[in-house]
Design a protein around this ligand. Structure first.
Ligand SMILES: Nc1ncnc2c1ncn2[C@@H]1O[C@H](COP(=O)(O)OP(=O)(O)O)[C@@H](O)[C@H]1O
Ligand SMILES: [Mg+2]
Length: 486
C-alpha cells in the first residue's frame, strides 16, 4: 500500500480509559508481585525485599532490589506502556516479554506507582504514575513525586530499584481506618499468600542461590513442589517435548512415608488435591502450578502426581504465554506427548496412593502379597480375594480343627480389608462397569440355589415356601427366573 497518498487522522487512545483497561487484565496480588520480581531478576538483582506498611487505606507495598537500576531516560522509558516489542528476541534469561508488566501488574493493584531507581554512577531518580492525575488531566504524564520518607532510600546504595505501590484501592478501600483490625487481618493474610506464591514461583532461583528473597526482613525459603530431597519420592526419566521443551514426572510419597511437617509443607496453600498436575517453568521461573492443562481432571487418587515442564522462552508464542505469565496453552502438536507421559505418571501415582506407596517387589526379593486382586473380564471389573495369600492358607488349615473360628476369621478378614479406596477409584474411572454378583457364573449359582432349595424341602417347607425364602435372600433375589424355574 502506498501510505503517502492516503488521508490520515490521529486516533490516540484516551489515557484514562486505556489505563482502566490495563487494570482489568486479571492479575492477583500474588501474580502482580511476581511480575515485579521478574524485572528485578532480569536486572541482575541478588536481593529482593518485599515489604508492606500498614496505614489503613493509606497502606503501601514496596519491592526493592539491588539490581542494575536505571538512569532517568531509562526509567521514563520503563514507565511507558509497551516499552518493548513483544516479538523482539529476548535474552535467554530475560523474564519479560510485553514491555507492560511493570505498569499493568502495578495498576492492577494500586492507583499510584512510583519507581525510584539508581544506576551505578548516576544520581537516584524517581517518577510516578498517578491514575487520579491521568483521569483528571487526560494526558499520559508522569509526576515528579515520591511518597514521603522514600526519596533518600537509595542514596547509600550503589544501584537498585524501589517500586512503591500506594493508593491500594484494589486491596483496601481508601477510607479504611488504620484501627480496622479486620482489614489489617485480611491485608496480612494477602501478604502471606504473596510470600508463599513467590517462594514457589522463584524456588529454583533461591535454591540455586541466584537470588535471596526477603519479606518483612525475613528470608523466604524455597517451596519445591517435588520433594526431591525425600527418599520416598519417585522420579520418572525425563522426556522431550517437540519444540525443545522437556518434562519430568514425580510421584510424591504417600502420607505414611513422610513426617507430618513435610506432608503439610508439600500441600502448599491449596491442599494436596489442588497441587497435582503440571508445573510449567519458563527459564527457571514457574508460570503455572498444578494444572492438567485441560487434559485431565483433578482427582483425589492422582494427588501424588506432579510433572515438571521446562520451556525455553523462545517457545512463548507457541505455548501462548499470557501477559500475566500465569497461563500457558500447550500447542496441539505436544498434547498427545503430554497426555501419554502424564498417563504413566498418573497411573504410578495412583498405585502409590492405593498401596500406601508400597513397592510391589520388595528389596529382599520377597514378593509382596496383596490381599485383594483386581480382575478384569471384557470391560467389566471386580475385586477378588487373593486365594494364594498366606492368611487364606492358614484359614484352610484352621477349618479342619475349628471351622467356626476359621469362618469367623475369614469374615472378619474380609470386612477389615475391603479395598474401599480402590473400588472408589475404579467406580469413578469406569462408571457402572463392575460385575454384578455371580455375573457370568450361572452354573455356580444354579448349583447353590438348588442345594439351598433341597435343604429347605428337607426341613419340611413346601416348594412355594422354599422359593419365597430364596427370593428374599440376597444375592439370590437377583435371580428370580432361576428360582421360579426350579
Ligand atoms: N527493577 C528493575 N530494574 C531495572 N530495570 C527495570 C526494572 N523494572 C523494569 N525495568 C526496565 O523496564 C522495562 C519495562 O518493564 P516491564 O514493563 O515489566 O516490561 P518487560 O519486563 O516485559 O520488559 C524492562 O524491560 C527494564 O528495562
Ligand atoms: Mg517485566
Amino acid at each position: 500500500m502506498n501510505y503517502t497518498e492516503i488521508e490520515k487522522i490521529s486516533a490516540v487512545p484516551a489515557p484514562a480509559s486505556m489505563i482502566e483497561t490495563f487494570r482489568a487484565i486479571g492479575y492477583s496480588l500474588d501474580t502482580a508481585v511476581a511480575d515485579i520480581i521478574d524485572n528485578s531478576i532480569s536486572a541482575g538483582a541478588k536481593n529482593i525485599y518485599v515489604d508492606s506498611q500498614w496505614e489503613g487505606g493509606g497502606s503501601i507495598i514496596t519491592i526493592f532490589d539491588d539490581g542494575c537500576g536505571m538512569n532517568c531516560d531509562e526509567l521514563i522509558d520503563a514507565m511507558r506502556p509497551g516499552t518493548k516489542h513483544p516479538l523482539d528476541d529476548r535474552d535467554e534469561k530475560d523474564l519479560g516479554r510485553f514491555g507492560l508488566g511493570l505498569k499493568t501488574s502495578s495498576f492492577s493493584q494500586c492507583r499510584m506507582l512510583t519507581v525510584l531507581s539508581k544506576k551505578k554512577g548516576y544520581a537516584p531518580v524517581y517518577w510516578t504514575w498517578d491514575l487520579d492525575y491521568v483521569n483528571y488531566s487526560h494526558t499520559w504524564e508522569l509526576l515528579r513525586y515520591i511518597p514521603e520518607g522514600y526519596s533518600t532510600f537509595l542514596d547509600d546504595k550503589e544501584s537498585g530499584t524501589l517500586i512503591i505501590w500506594s493508593k491500594l484501592d484494589r486491596i483496601l478501600p481508601a477510607e479504611t481506618s488504620i484501627s480496622d483490625n479486620g482489614a489489617l487481618g485480611k491485608f496480612t493474610e494477602a501478604m502471606e499468600r504473596v510470600k508463599h506464591h513467590i517462594s514457589m514461583t522463584f524456588h529454583r532461583f533461591i535454591e540455586d542461590k541466584q537470588i535471596k528473597l526477603h519479606c518483612w526482613n525475613k528470608s523466604i525459603l524455597p517451596w519445591n513442589p517435588f520433594l526431591i530431597g525425600e527418599s520416598a519420592t519417585q522420579a520418572l526419566p525425563e522426556d522431550y517435548i517437540s519444540g525443545g521443551a522437556t518434562m519430568k514426572g514425580y510421584i510424591l510419597p504417600h502420607k505414611s512415608k513422610i513426617n507430618d511437617g513435610i506432608y503439610k509443607y508439600a500441600e502448599g496453600l491449596n491442599g494436596w488435591n489442588a497441587q497435582q498436575g503440571f508445573y510449567v517453568y519458563r527459564g527457571k521461573r514457574l508460570l503455572l502450578a498444578g494444572e492438567w492443562l485441560g487434559l485431565f481432571r483433578k482427582e483425589e487418587h492422582y494427588k501424588l502426581a506432579r510433572i515438571m515442564i521446562d520451556l525455553p522462552n523462545k517457545l512463548d508464542t507457541e505455548w501462548q504465554i499470557d501477559i500475566k505469565k500465569s497461563t500457558a496453552r500447550p500447542p496441539m502438536v505436544c498434547r498427545d506427548q503430554l497426555r501419554s507421559y502424564a498417563l504413566r505418571v498418573r497411573s504410578q501415582a495412583c498405585e502409590a496412593y492405593r498401596h500406601r506407596g508400597r513397592i510391589i517387589k520388595q528389596k529382599s526379593g520377597q514378593m509382596f502379597q496383596p490381599l485383594w486382586l483386581d480382575k478384569k473380564k471384557g470391560d467389566k471389573w471386580s475385586f477378588v480375594v487373593n486365594r494364594e495369600h498366606f492368611l487364606i492358607q492358614e484359614f484352610k488349615e484352621l477349618a479342619h480343627t475349628d471351622p467356626d473360628k476359621a469362618m469367623e476369621q475369614v469374615l472378619r478378614f474380609i470386612e477389615e480389608t475391603i479395598p474401599i479406596k480402590s473400588i472408589f477409584i475404579k467406580e469413578s474411572e469406569s462408571g457402572e462397569n463392575q460385575t454384578k454378583p455371580f455375573e457370568g457364573a450361572d452354573n455356580d449359582i444354579i448349583i447353590i440355589i438348588k442345594t439351598i432349595y433341597k435343604n429347605q424341602i428337607t426341613i419340611g417347607k413346601t416348594p412355594e415356601q422354599a422359593k419365597a425364602f430364596l427370593l428374599n435372600l440376597e444375592p439370590f433375589n437377583n435371580f428370580p427366573e432361576l428360582i421360579t424355574s426350579i
